[in-house]
Design a protein around this ligand. Sequence first.
Ligand code: ZN
Length: 263
Amino acid sequence: MSNHRGYRDRVGLSGIPGLGALLRRRRRREGDLHQGPHPQGPHPSPDRRPRLDGVPVDSLPPIVPEVRRGVRRRVTVVGEPVVHRPCRPVTVFDEALGTLIDDLFASMEVAHGVGLAANQIGVDLRVFVYDCPDTWQVRHVGHVVNPVLEVPTPQEGPWQQRSEGCLSVPGPVADLSRSLSAVVTGVDRYGRPVRLEGHGLFARALQHECDHLDGTLYVDRLAPAARAAVLRESESIRGEVWASWDQRAQELGKQADVGQGIL
Ligand SMILES: [Zn+2]
């Protein structure tokens, strides 16, 4: 999933590429340090430490080791079959799975994303990664294999109406209603159990990434006219978005053999 603030906020109307990454790093620092009460109410847990694979840790580096190890891969776009069909469950927990997770992290970081599913780099396996703040600016980083999503029904729990974007529909964002909270259970790259509890943007990301693994894009949840408008806008500005990713790749020393814009 792209940063919910959207591409315009990342590059700004002044068109300053890299500003988004700067803002994101700043939000991460604020998230790690944030101690005050949130206007949306008390945190369900007083523990504001960042979470790695759902487990509180004392600190996380701004750029996690997976990003350093991983290779930048081209992010697939709407219209490519691999993003429109359900992914296969992972049955083999080997070194290649670890490499896939590293590559997902590197590709997500290059694209200023807060989440990325395996079929977004062309691999139809049920895996996604994330680096995303929640309602209380607690930073959540990790991966999950074979995730199972649990969300309250609209009758049971509050929903949030906020903007959402996707790295496979580069550029625009659109308002979409999602559950305010979500729980994902699954396993990690070694097959150990993982449980993720999301609220706010992180809950949105969990729902967005689980949708990807079922072959559903957020635009598929929009009304037809809104979907068409988002796709038109993406067509017109995706080149500019990809150029900003190329610049971020250079900053990170992540040059791909094939540029993002070449399909
Ligand atoms: Zn997406």
